[in-house]
Ligand binder design. Structure first.
Ligand code: PLP
Length: 376
């Protein structure tokens, strides 16, 4: 938690559940990532946290944006971003949304299939397009399935077709999975993209851009590689596979820019046991999976919790949200421990919750209102 967030929570004691975001930290993360990958152009993955104060700060820093929907495109433009600095990066778009983005000035679009490419050719003629390919997601704590991307051979054929359809065959993208704790998938993906570049050059299509997607990890409960280490590995792979003929490099960080800028503040609703001799207490919070902590699905993302009793005797707990759905259990198998003194009414802080929380909150499940957001 940043000092600014700690001070704000101590001084204002806002109603829970809420998220407090230190927008200065987002700026620091942007600068640090840019320094770690100086050759890369940063397209912030808006879906991680689309709040206007964040988009406005990043616009001021010269960031570009990766939007997943026409609505996100509009949020970027409303925050002051130039439309030509917005990439419409979802490979699944309605044709009328492509047309709306094109009319607003967006000229960069992703695809991973022929029907999508043909939609772009009709609705956004002449635009720059890039094809997303499958890559290894090994090492990602939030991996992506085969939902996105296509095989490299198909990408080659489609990039040739892109040119024939009057589009600008711009480059190749991939995504190594979110919260990627290893640099190896980036390196093997860059090698794979280099082969696509070589084969297409032989076919007369000169690609210019490689989009590394997101995945850059954040420290939750366990250590992750530093971004400088990942940056060095990525640049090493580009030197190895592209030599002096470096392409334009695009990165789409989401989590890395915003996660550790945010803290969720929640109140303990109940601490109980399921049997007289049961050693495990159930701790029910006023936020759960439906309140925005969706990435606790499968206990994939394990957040660090701070309580007013830290440092005193603790014991094993299962941690759950307040709704009447058993899916709303956050951690049962991850060996969480919390102080024995913990009791209802205590406030708990959940650290590094600035990414993928606010937008995942359900609107009114069980009548609970979504968490409040404070940008400071
Ligand atoms: C979600 C997403 C990102 C951001 O991923 P992070 O792991 O949060 O950095 C980047 N690019 C695409 C295409 C995405 O879908």
């Amino acid at each position: 938690m940043t000092q600014k967030v700690a001070r704000y929570l101590a001084e204002t004691s806002p109603a829970t559940p809420c998220l407090v975001m230190d927008v200065d930290r987002v700026e620091q993360n942007f600068q640090r990532l840019q320094a770690a990958l100086p050759n890369a152009r940063i397209y912030y993955a808006v879906k991680a946290n689309p709040a206007a104060p964040i988009l406005e700060r990043l616009t001021g820093l010269g960031s570009f944006f990766d939007a997943a929907s026409w609505q996100e495109v509009q949020m970027c433009i409303a925050a002051g971003a130039a439309a030509e600095h917005v990439s419409y990066g979802n490979t699944i778009k309605k044709e009328r949304d492509i047309a709306a983005a094109y009319a607003a000035g967006v000229r960069m679009f992703a695809f991973d299939s022929e029907p999508e490419l043909r939609k772009i050719a009709r609705a956004a003629p002449g635009s720059r397009v890039y094809c997303r390919i499958f890559v290894e997601n090994e090492g990602a704590e939030w991996p992506l399935s085969k939902k996105f991307g296509c095989e490299a051979d198909m990408a080659k054929r489609l990039m040739v077709l892109a040119g024939e359809l009057g589009l600008d065959a711009y480059g190749i993208s991939f995504h190594v999975g979110s919260q990627q704790t290893s640099s190896a998938p980036y390196r093997s993906a860059i090698a794979k993209v280099a082969m696509v570049f070589t084969d297409l050059a032989a076919a007369g299509v000169k690609l210019r851009m490689v989009n590394l997607g997101g995945g850059y990890p954040v420290r939750y409960k366990s250590e992750v590689p530093e971004i400088e280490e990942i940056g060095a590995a990525v640049m090493g792979a580009f030197a190895q596979h592209f030599g002096n003929d470096l392409p334009e490099i695009v990165i789409e960080p989401g989590r890395f820019l915003v996660a550790d800028a945010g803290t969720v503040c929640t109140e303990v609703v109940l601490v109980s046991r399921k049997g007289e001799a049961d050693p495990v207490r159930w701790v029910y919070l006023d936020i759960g999976r439906f309140g925005g902590l969706a990435e606790t699905e499968g206990e994939a993302i394990r957040y660090t919790l701070r309580t007013p009793h830290d440092g005193t005797a603790d014991g094993p707990v299962t941690i759950a949200g307040p709704t009447c759905d058993s899916v709303d259990t956050l951690y049962e198998k991850s060996n969480y421990r919390l102080p024995m003194a913990l009791t209802d009414g205590d406030r708990i802080e959940i650290l590094s919750t600035g990414a993928y929380v606010t937008t995942y909150a359900s609107q009114k499940f069980n009548g609970f209102t979504p968490l409040e957001e404070h940008y400071i």
